[in-house]
Design a protein around this ligand. Sequence first.
Ligand code: ITT
Length: 199
Amino acid sequence: MSRELVLATGNAGKLREFDALLAPLGWTLVRQSERGVVPAPEDGATFLENALAKARAASAQTGLPALADDSGLVVAALGGAPGVHSARYAGPDAGDADNVRRLLAALAHVPESQRTAHFHCVIVYLRHAADPEPLIGQGRWVGRILTAPQGTAGFGYDPVFFVPEQGCSAAELDPAVKNRLSHRGRALAALCAQLAADD
Ligand code: ITT
């Protein structure tokens, strides 16, 4: 089965991971930037609200089915921050390195036993912009925040996210291993199970 769909993200790290994750499924992927999509504002209180808004905007502006991801890092010692604000934790124009610096500063005096964190990912699939029955996949990846960055792969907070079952940071994992274990890989697997049952 081949379907054309617009991938509603401007994040280069996510795009790389989605390219690899979706390649075996035979979909024709259109980047929203190729179609001049103006992204939706991300002002929802939940990952789900933001993912729905992104998918709806991309579908409305392209006339294609859309897939959107909203994700972030949830740190217990910070009361769940940066959460839905992960992309802009250090300010409106912050890059990955700025966000990582702010996170490490916020946790400077927090001992290892209290540095538990998880990534959360919600992926939404809309058949069309007014689709009242969105397919929704969610995934979680539990780990711990390191005291200094390690590794160069991945994106975002990967260099400071320690993956206990692998004994290294997410940025030290082979990309295929990250995709198998990660919040995004799990959310997409959950979504694909629903897509397979959808006519
Ligand atoms: P789009 O909205 O265009 O998809 P974005 O970067 O603004 O791009 P989000 O609002 O979903 O996307 O923010 C996700 C942020 O959470 C991202 O910028 C990273 O800082 C962090 N993040 C999400 N998944 C991650 C991962 O797999 N590894 C490291 N950091 C991740």
